[in-house]
Every structure is written in C-alpha cells, then in structure tokens.
Design a binder for this molecule. Sequence first.
Ligand SMILES: *[C@@H]1O[C@H](CO)[C@@H](O)[C@H](O)[C@H]1NC(C)=O
Ligand SMILES: *[C@@H]1O[C@H](CO)[C@@H](O)[C@H](O)[C@H]1NC(C)=O
Ligand SMILES: *[C@@H]1O[C@H](CO)[C@@H](O)[C@H](O)[C@H]1NC(C)=O
Ligand SMILES: *[C@@H]1O[C@H](CO)[C@@H](O)[C@H](O)[C@H]1NC(C)=O
Ligand SMILES: *[C@@H]1O[C@H](CO)[C@@H](O)[C@H](O)[C@H]1NC(C)=O
Ligand SMILES: *[C@@H]1O[C@H](CO)[C@@H](O)[C@H](O)[C@H]1NC(C)=O
Ligand SMILES: *[C@@H]1O[C@H](CO)[C@@H](O)[C@H](O)[C@H]1NC(C)=O
Length: 843
Amino acid sequence: MGPRARTLHLLLLLLHALTKPGELIENSDFHLAGDYLLGGLFSLHANVKSISHLSYLQVPRCNEFELKVLGYNLMQAMRFAVEEINNCSSLLPGVLLGYEMVDVCYLSNNIHPGLYFLAQEDDFFPILKDYSSYMPHVVAVIGPDNSESAITVSNILSHFLMPQITYSAISDKLRDKRRFPAMLRTVPSATHHVEAMVQLMGLFRWNWIVVLVSNDEYGRENGQLLTQRLITTGEICIAFQEVIPVPEPSQVLGPEDQIQVNNILEKLRWTTARVVVVFSPELALNIFFQEVLRWNITDLVWIASESWSIDPVLHNLKDLRHTGTFLGITIQKVSIPGFSKFRVRYTKPERPMSNKTNPRATCNQDCDACLNTTEFYNDALILSGERVVYGVYSAVYAVAHALHRFLQCNQVRCTKETVYPWKLLREIRNVSFTLLGNRLFFDDHGDMPMLLDVIQWRWDDGQNPFESVASYSPTHKRLTYINNVSWHTPNNMIPVSMCSKSCQPGQRKKPVGLHPCCFECMDCPPGTYLNLSTDEFNCLPCPGSMWSHKNNMACFKRRLSFLEWNEVPTIVVTILAALGFFSTLAILLVFWRHFQTPMVRSAGGAMCFLMLVPLLLAFVMVPVYVGPPTVLTCLCRQAFFTVCFSICLSCIAVRSFQIVCVFKMARRLPRAYGFWVRYHGPYVFVASITAIKVALVASNMLTTTINPIGRTDPEDPNIMILSCHPNYRNGLLFNTSMDLLLSVMGFSFAYMGKELPTNYNEAKFITLSMTFSFTSSISLCTFMSVHDGVLVTIMDLLVTVLNFLAISLGYFGPKCYMILFYPERNTPAYFNSMIQGYTMRKN
Ligand SMILES: *[C@@H]1O[C@H](CO)[C@@H](O)[C@H](O)[C@H]1NC(C)=O
Ligand SMILES: *[C@@H]1O[C@H](CO)[C@@H](O)[C@H](O)[C@H]1NC(C)=O
Ligand SMILES: *[C@@H]1O[C@H](CO)[C@@H](O)[C@H](O)[C@H]1NC(C)=O
Ligand SMILES: *[C@@H]1O[C@H](CO)[C@@H](O)[C@H](O)[C@H]1NC(C)=O
Ligand SMILES: *[C@@H]1O[C@H](CO)[C@@H](O)[C@H](O)[C@H]1NC(C)=O
Ligand SMILES: *[C@@H]1O[C@H](CO)[C@@H](O)[C@H](O)[C@H]1NC(C)=O
Ligand SMILES: *[C@@H]1O[C@H](CO)[C@@H](O)[C@H](O)[C@H]1NC(C)=O
C-alpha cells in the first residue's frame, strides 16, 4: 500500500467518524433522490487561499467565504440537465437520475466530498482489496471547476476509476491519462487557450505585452505556458511579468501585498506595452481592479483568461470601461432553451426547514444567498447566454448517454442492473452524441472538442455584456475573426502595442536590448538585399551577376554591356571593314587578272593570294566583335585575327627573304637552295609560322578560359561588362611578340635590300606598318590596363581593322595603282631595265 493510499484510508476512517449516517438532507437544491446518483462539485463560495482550521477537526464552512456567483449558475445547469433527462422519454426511459451536489468552495473543501461520494448510501466505506464489485454512493462525478481541486479530487476518485467530468479545469496536466485515468472534461486544454490568445495578439499585431499572473497554481502554470509559447516563435515579447497577490478571505490586502500591487500599477502606468494578459482566479481581481481604477490607468487592452473572462461581478464594476478594452477567452456560446427561467426558479423545500440540523454539519450543501444574488445578476446572465453552463450541461448528458447504453435501454425501458462506476467509465469515454446541434465525444486525452470564443466586454444597455468577436477551433488551431471589436480609443483605432514600430520595407532590424521585438531600423546599402523569410536582421549581399538599390527586397540582374550594332563606333568600324573588304576584293581581282605580269610576280606571285584570302576573311569576320560574347566569338576574336595577321606577316617576310637572299643562297649554299626550291621553302615557312602561331594561341587559350565572363563596371554597379577571358592582355602581348619577331625578320631583309629598285623594296612599308601595329598594340594594352568595358572592345576592334587595312592598302595598294595606271612600267622590259640599272650602279 503506497503512502497516498494509506493517507486516503486514514481520511476515509476520519470521514466515517465525523458523519452520522441515516439522516435526510433537507435542501432540495443540492439533492435529488434517484435510481442512479451523479455527484456534482461546484464552487458556490470561494476561499482562494485555502485556509483550513489548524487547531480543531472540522470540515471548512463554505458560507464563511465569499460568494461565487457563477458557481450557482453552473450548479443550476446540472440540476436543469438532470431534470430535462428525467423529463425526456427517449433518454433513459423509466430511469430516474438523481444527484448529490457539494460546494467545494474553490480549494477549501475538496477531500471531504470525494470521500462522501465514494462511501455507500449509509456513509459507510469498507476497506477492501478489490473494489470491482463495490457500489459507491454515486456513479459519476461532475466537476469541480478549477484544475487544482480537480486534481485533488481525482487523486482520490481515480483509485476507484470513478468517472469524473470537469467543465472548466483547463490544466494540461489533466491530459495525462496515466495520472488521471478517470478524468474527462468538456473544455479545451490550456494550450488552446494560450494559442487563441497568441493568435489574437497576432491578429492586431501586438508584440509587446505585459503578463500578470496570480500568486497561485493557476496563475503560475498558465503564465509559464504563455511564456513558453511566446519563446518558441519569438514574435511577441513580454515587457514584464508580475505576480498579483491573492487577497485574504476577508478581501483585504496585507501591507506587503499593497506595496506589490502599487509596484505593478506604477510599472503599468509607465510601460509602452498596452496589452495586459491576466491569468488569475476572478476573486483575486476584484481588489486589483479597484486599485487600477484608483490609479486612473487608461488606454490598456486587458486580455482575460477563462477564469474571469465572463465573470459578471467584475463586469459589474462599470467604471472599468474607462481603463480600456477588455477581451477574454472563454468557451463557445450555445443557448440552452429554458435555462434562463430555470436558473432563478425557486424550489420549495420538500419539507419546511425544520429545527433539525444538517447531519453532516458541513454547511457545504447550503447557500441561502445564492438564489438572491443570481437574481441580481440574472439580466446580465440572460444577455450573455450559456457558455461554461453548456460545459456542465453536456457533461451530464455524456453520463446519461453512457448510462443509456450501459443499461441497454430501448425506447420504453432499461434493464435496471447494478452500475459499477469503473464499468460506466469505459462507456463514457466512448460516448458520441449530438446535443443542441453540436456533435460531442471525448478524444484520446478525454477532452471534448468545444470551440473557444474571444469575447469583448460591453457595457451598453440591453447588449450582450460578453460579445463574441472571434472564434478559435482547437482541432484546426485557428482563430477566425467574426465581429468588429469596438476599441476604447479615439476614432475606434486599434491600439498599438509594439516595442518598436515596424521597419520600412527593405530595412533591416538592429536589435536593441534583449528582446527580439525591440530594434532600430537600418537601411540596407546598395548591392545588398533583405530576405524577410530567412533573416530580418542582416542584409545579404547580392550574387555576382546581380545588383540592388538601397532597401531592395531582392536583387535584379545587372544590365549587360557589350558592343551593339547601333552604336557610332560600331558603324564607323564596320564602314572601315567594308572598305577594307571591297578594296581587298578589288585588289584580289586585279592581281588575278594580271597574274603573269612582273609586278604581281615581284609582289610574291601566288603567295599574294595566300595573303589576300586571310585578309578578306578577316574583314568578313569583323561582326564577331559585336553583340554579347560567346565561346565561339571569343575564339574568333582571340585566335582568328592574330593567325591571319601572322600569315600575312610571314608571307611578307619570306618574300623579302627571297628577293634579297635567294641569289646569295643559290651561290653560297647550293644544297640548301636546292631544298628550299624543291620543298617549296616559302610555303613550308609560312605553314610552320602559322602552325607555331596556332600552337601559341591554343596553349594561351588552354591555360585560361575561353568562356566570356562578366565583370562589374567599377563606375556603375548597375552594369555588368561581358568580355572574353580576363587576362586577354597577356595573350595579346604573347601574340604580339611573335609578330614582332616576324616583322623584324621582314624588316631586316628589306633593309638588306634597301638599294634594290623601288618596285622590289618594301622596307619603308614594313617599317611603317610594323610601327603602327606595335604602337597600336602597346597603346591597346595600356588602355586596357586603365580602362574596362565596351571601350576596350571598340579599341581592340579598331586596331585589328586598321592593321589589316594597313597591310591591304599599304602593301598591295601601291602595286595595284601601278598595275592599273602605269601599265607601261608593268612589263618585263621595264623591270629588266630597272635591274640592269641597279646592277650597273652596284658595279
Ligand atoms: C420537466 O417537466 C415538468 C412537468 O412537465 C416541467 O414543469 C418542467 O419544467 C420540466 N423541466 C425541464 C427542465 O424541462
Ligand atoms: C485619479 O483622478 C482623480 C480625478 O481626476 C484624482 O483626484 C486622483 O488623484 C487620481 N489618482 C491618481 C492615483 O492619480
Ligand atoms: C422540531 O423540534 C421539536 C421539539 O424539539 C419537535 O417536537 C418537532 O417534531 C421538530 N420538528 C421536526 C420537523 O422534526
Ligand atoms: C432574498 O430576497 C428576498 C426578497 O428580496 C428577501 O426577503 C430574503 O431575505 C433574501 N434572502 C436572503 C438569504 O438574503
Ligand atoms: C465504442 O462505440 C463504438 C460504436 O459507437 C463501438 O463499435 C465500440 O465497440 C465501442 N467501444 C467500446 C470500448 O465500448
Ligand atoms: C467591421 O468594420 C468594417 C469597417 O468599419 C465593416 O466594413 C465591416 O462590415 C464590419 N464587420 C462586422 C462583422 O461588423
Ligand atoms: C528568401 O529565402 C527563401 C528561403 O531560403 C527563399 O526560398 C527565397 O527565394 C528567398 N527570397 C529571395 C528574394 O531571395
């Protein structure tokens, strides 16, 4: 036997010693005889501090304590439900349901009624090993109202698996069916109440709140639940949390409590938070709100927990309307026809109140003032409709339906067998029925799926004092706004309760202090953006190809910059290229026509076409510089032109070599000359130079990438410059050095033959063209090192075109001119005379 069970047995013995069995109870409000009795536990009086007598053995006298108006209302609901069931012919036909109700006075009188219900009719309670065939006084217990006493009562009743259905105990602990196997309830658990509150705050964008909790189990537990819920999302912050002292039964505050209340009110007056959540039993609040009124505190939004949200006594403090708006969480409203009349129905005592004293001497089935007080509040109660009352009502119906099934009732009669509470419990847990339009059943945790309402307190005459403004469904965990709140503010503005005003779009939050709700707003600089869905506190840099302006929420693609057709430089260069192309074509045709003439042969003969064709191709390929660069156009830009250029240069070099050195070679190195002629030396030379050039260009490309890359324009970050690979400059130098070598060769041969007749001498042209080529290459490199962007592409293109033009017009132009305009000089005779003249001069 565990220590708890041992205590229980001691208490049972004590109870037996205290009660004298066999005498009748007179007050018919609390008692109704029947075939099966239900136990009812209600708080008609309340002593929140639960002071019991310490020096003598007596069950607490509830009527010493303050009256709890709603308690009697709930008790009447149970009486009404039982009477309705007894009247009803289809539910439990022929069975008379009775009840036995006790005032638990909140926390003060919890054990005694539990024992009373467990005892037999004659108040005798046997100590047994096995209670499975033991028949206690009642078959099920409805109540009590608050979690703390529900748990106390359950600790006794659950030993006997006595079904217990509470109508307003919300603690999450009661969901644990291993601890509370016989506990059921017709109210959603505290988690849902807190969730509804949090969603309510979200609805009005309040994120800076004050939490006040009573100095008892109820306040602490629910306050902690709310704090934890707020921490998980971090969207709503608690400015401060304070404990409201619970007054003595005499409703006065001790000096320390007074200081405590003053501290709270002082803080409330100065805080920027305008929303105050209060978790407290209503009895502790009467004094508190009188203090609030005395302090002239206004403009707050009070959010009431279910314990006081529909309390008519607090609502009756009419001056409260000046302190702000009152919202509250409570159970859904279901109107029960006929109940308002029944609530204040005066029941005549069955017998005139006699001189006989109540045998149990507990006074806890006794409330003389209840009916009168309820009558006083009846108008408000009628207007506000049934909420928790419906919880009691449905609890009684749940037992009745279970009993109906258990007794295997048909339309007219039931088998009146013995009902063992532990067997009835199984039936109650499985019950499912429709009551006033609501489908009711208990879920796995023993909770009934009741909706929650958010109500607003109103004080207008003839209006529901607790009007619904929103509805919360525990199954969907969603709050639905159904009615406008009328705010106690100028112009009915929604009160603002935020630590910091929300930032402008695109501004990041800079935390101030510890609360995530308190921050400064900072601009996000250009090039960064704010992604609200991931991070409100940091501006993220845009990816490389994108950019953003100040305070942008996203980056945009930078404008791509490249050479376009409709730009002036493009048009100029294109005209130049076209000019080059057509003149080269003309030269080609002229040379073709006069192929056999000495002028053409002295210019290189067939080799001229080896130069002219690449030149033509080069002019045709100029458009690869225009438009966005691709792998192919980059390849062309960086390889094709320079290879063409090299072919031309090598042709010129080999032609100079032939003119100047071939005779000497023939004379001094006849074998080498033989090879040179037999193996088409000039072409082998040009081919090898081209091969070397191609190899150079290819290796240069392999070491870097050909893919065009984008770089930000340093002057305008909105623009992205697309260009071929970045160390283009190194490639250019590399190529140029090869060309330098070739032209030095060409130049030295030409220099050696400087005394040759003018029509053989190209020294001047080669010098000029090479000087131009180098200066342009070097200035291009210099330009590229200081400049970036489209201008570089233009310069590159211009230099390329001009170089080719120089070769085309500079080398072939004069020859062409001579062919066309001085045909007399283009004869073998003229050439012979020139050579003779030269030989004579030389000799
Ligand atoms: C039950 O029936 C009696 C007699 O018909 C009636 O007076 C009483 O109002 C009914 N009670 C309820 C709750 O319907
Ligand atoms: C509240 O207001 C009344 C009247 O305006 C004033 O007499 C009283 O001193 C005020 N109380 C406090 C605590 O400020
Ligand atoms: C009340 O007490 C008197 C005398 O003590 C007794 O004669 C009378 O029967 C009692 N009344 C009832 C209703 O028991
Ligand atoms: C209830 O009110 C009636 C009349 O208003 C009065 O006669 C009676 O004494 C009151 N009862 C109590 C217990 O206050
Ligand atoms: C619960 O009720 C359903 C039908 O309403 C029935 O099929 C089932 O057997 C019952 N379970 C128990 C444990 O009574
Ligand atoms: C709430 O107020 C708005 C504007 O004031 C109005 O359009 C709307 O109909 C109201 N809703 C309800 C349910 O009263
Ligand atoms: C913000 O972050 C989310 C989640 O990482 C992502 O899905 C979304 O695309 C981001 N938005 C922007 C504008 O980058």
